[in-house]
Structure formats: C-alpha cells, structure tokens
Design a binder for this molecule. Structure first.
Ligand SMILES: Cc1cc2nc3c(=O)[nH]c(=O)nc-3n(C[C@H](O)[C@H](O)[C@H](O)COP(=O)(O)OP(=O)(O)OC[C@H]3O[C@@H](n4cnc5c(N)ncnc54)[C@H](O)[C@@H]3O)c2cc1C
Length: 369
C-alpha cells in the first residue's frame, strides 16, 4: 500500500530541504524524497557567497527577491542553527568585486549608480585601497567595489544542519529513493511513483534542481538545464581573504578552517559533472590575475556541480497547471541565497493559495504561453 502524506517534496537540495522544514513546522505531514543523500548535488557544490547586490545587474523583481532573501537570512540561520545544534559559518563580512579592465569597470559603475540611488551600501576603491583592504590582492586591477552587507556561509555545513532541522521538525526524509513518475487524475496531483513504491499526497513540489524537467516528473514544458561549475580547493594561509573576492573570470572564498575555494566555470555540459583541464585552467588564470598568492597554496581537492538554469536565467516557482503540483527550481547561481525566500513563498502558496511577493516573472507557466 502507498504511504500517505500531506505533501511530498521531491529533491533534497537546499530548495527542497528548506521548504520541507518550513511546511513541516506549519503542521503538515511532509516527506522529502531524495535519490541520493540530502545536499548531494549543487547545494553542497556551491561556494556559499550570498550576493544579493554585487551580482545583480538591474533593479527588477529578481533583485527584490534577492534583497528579501538577504534580509531573511540572519533569522533563518539562527533558527536552523538552533534546531540542528550545528554552526554553519554565516558571516556578514561583505564582498569585494574587482574590475580588471575598463569594460568591467563601466559595467560595475553602472550597477552601483542605481544601487546608490536606492540607498544600498557600496564603496568604490582605488587599486591601492583594494590592496590595503585585502593583502592577497597583488594583480593589476583597475578598480574595486566593496559591498559591506553581502554575506557568506559554509553551504556544506548548512546542508548538514538543514537535514538535522528537517528531522527535528518531523519531516520524513527518504534518502536513496528516486522519484520516477508523477501520479495525476482528472487534472489533480495524487502522488508520485518511486523506485521504492508509491507515495500519496494532494500536494507535490518539484524541487529537483537541474533534473526538474526530466520526463515523467513534469506535466508541462520545464526547460531547466544544468550549467556546470567547476571548483578547486586549496590550503591557503588563514586570513588570506577577509571577504570573498569576485572577478569577472574567477572568485575566491576562504572557509574558517583556512581552505580557499576557487571557482568557477559556467558551462552547458549536460549532466556530466566532470572536471576538465580547460575549466581548471580558466579558473586559475582568472584568479592568477587577481592574486599571485595562489602559486604557493597546496592543492587539496576539486569538484563540479550543476546549476539549474531556465532560458531567461530566472527562478521557476509557483503553481503549475495541475492542481496541487508546484515547482521551485531554476535558481541558477543564487540558490543558496534564495533558499529562505523560496521556502517562504512556496509555504504561503501551499497554505494560503497566495503570496505577498510578485512572483509573476518566475511563473512555471511562462514556458507554455
Ligand atoms: C560551483 C557552483 C557554485 C555556486 N555558488 C553559489 C553561491 O556562491 N551562492 C549561491 O547562492 N548559489 C551558488 N550556486 C548555485 C546553487 O548551488 C544552486 O542554485 C542551488 O544549490 C540549487 O538548489 P536545488 O535544491 O534547486 O538543487 P540541487 O542542490 O541540485 O538539489 C536537487 C536534488 O534533487 C535530487 N534529485 C534529482 N532527481 C531526483 C529524482 N528523480 N528523485 C529524487 N531526487 C532527485 C538530486 O539528487 C539533488 O539532491 C553555485 C552552484 C555551483 C554548481
């Protein structure tokens, strides 16, 4: 006999796990179905830079979404840490963006003009000021911009903490279970078939990241594709990077234990999480222009992850054309940042049938029009 729940969340990445935890806290009997283990894919592979400003090109609904999530982060992290008993390395130390040439400088200048008009905090630094600010920077940079309210987190620790918080909230986590097909009847969702049997529920949320559009798991076009990101890890001396440093071709972020994560490529390479010589070379050349310190670091490890990306690079979230079936994917380069606001919006939609956020630009129905 099929197991029965109030809601099934498909995919145990940051988006699925944060939503499962929030829905369960609101008294719903929730199962989180993950084919591997919680955080197995992009959510652990990410760098953990919470960039709601430095990385956003224009003032639009996406920018508002990023800002809303940034504001939710401190309380959300406090909650996850309290429930899990784990510390996740969250800190608001700011982010340093460097421009290596006039073209990049112009782009960043344009971005900070509208941000300053909106009262957001950002400081323009000369190359000399940037070098004073961060001793590891010794490349030929043209300009730097410091965004003091941007934050960082150890997303691998966050996924471990979210898994524990889910358990505490009463989520039934089913790891090693692969969803194979949605079960629908008369335009309504009824549940999902898996390789370990059927699960029944009147609410199903597809949080399958790069796999959200796979046949059988979406009744309508969901053109989300994986964009590969390769990441290299070095043992750098502690204090090499006070804040994450982002350039056009590479970025670096230092964990509390001294590891420096260096990323990343943006490659359409299907579902192949391979590391390539070309990719690693590109990242290292990009970083080498910012800092020569990398020459002396000890190489530790490397990995690749798949960012879920829609054709317009915007998140895909909301109700589908099938009653009771929702989607939350397509978070591309901002899924770690956008987890709390996504969980909040989907919880509002599921419990109240509406949300206070403008999610029209992110509608899953935009691909069927
Ligand atoms: C190299 C890299 C760096 C990044 N850096 C940042 C950053 O600094 N800041 C930031 O905000 N974002 C960053 N991102 C983006 C962020 O990681 C993603 O947007 C986010 O993790 C997406 O979360 P998700 O839960 O949608 O997907 P995922 O984490 O991929 O989760 C989807 C889950 O679904 C499971 N699944 C798939 N098919 C099935 C099935 N049939 N049945 C059951 N389970 C299934 C998978 O195993 C997986 O665990 C980065 C990404 C990469 C790759």
């Amino acid at each position: 006999m099929a197991e029965s729940f109030d809601a099934l969340i498909l995919g145990g990445g940051i988006i699925g796990a944060s939503l499962a935890e929030e829905l369960s806290r609101h008294g719903r009997h929730v199962a989180l179905i993950e084919r591997d283990r919680i955080g197995a894919e992009a959510s652990t592979a990410a760098a953990g830079i919470l960039s709601s400003q430095a990385d956003v090109a224009q003032p639009d609904a996406f920018f508002d979404l990023c800002q809303a999530s940034r504001k939710m982060y401190p309380r959300w992290i406090e909650h996850v840490q309290r429930r899990s008993g784990l510390s996740v390395g969250y800190s608001v130390d700011g982010v340093l963006h460097v421009a290596m040439n006039s073209k990049e400088e112009k782009l960043l200048d344009k971005r900070i003009r509208w941000q300053l008009k909106r009262g957001l905090k950002v400081t323009r630094l000369s190359p000399r000021e940037a070098k004073r600010f961060n001793a590891a920077i010794d490349g030929r940079i043209k300009r730097a911009y410091f965004f003091p309210t941007e934050a960082q987190i150890d997303n691998a620790l966050l996924m471990a903490a979210l898994g524990a918080a889910c358990q505490k909230a009463g989520v039934e986590t089913r790891e090693g279970v692969t969803a194979t097909r949605l079960r629908m009847e008369g335009g309504e969702i009824k549940g999902v078939d898996t390789d370990r049997g059927a699960f029944d529920a009147p609410i199903v949320v597809n949080c399958l990241g790069s796999w959200a559009g796979v046949e059988g798991l979406t009744p309508q076009p969901l053109p989300v594709v994986p964009i590969r990101g390769q990441m290299l890890v070095f043992d750098g001396p502690k204090g090499s990077f006070r804040t994450p440093v982002i350039g056009e071709r590479a970025y670096a972020i230092q964990r509390r234990d001294g590891r420096v994560l260096v990323g990343s490529t943006l490659e359409p390479a299907g579902f192949h999480k391979a590391l390539t010589l070309g990719g690693m070379h590109e990242i290292l050349c990009g970083l080498r222009h910012i800092t020569s310190a990398v020459n002396n670091w000890t190489y530790l490890t490397a990995w690749a992850g798949l960012r879920p990306c829609a054709p317009d690079k915007l998140p895909v979230m909301g109700q589908t054309s099938v009653k009771g079936l929702y989607v939350a994917t397509g978070h591309y380069r901002h899924g770690i940042l956008l987890a709390p606001v996504t969980a909040h919006i989907l919880t509002e939609l599921i419990l109240n049938g509406r949300t206070g956020f403008d999610i029209e630009p992110f509608s899953p129905l935009r691909f069927t029009k």
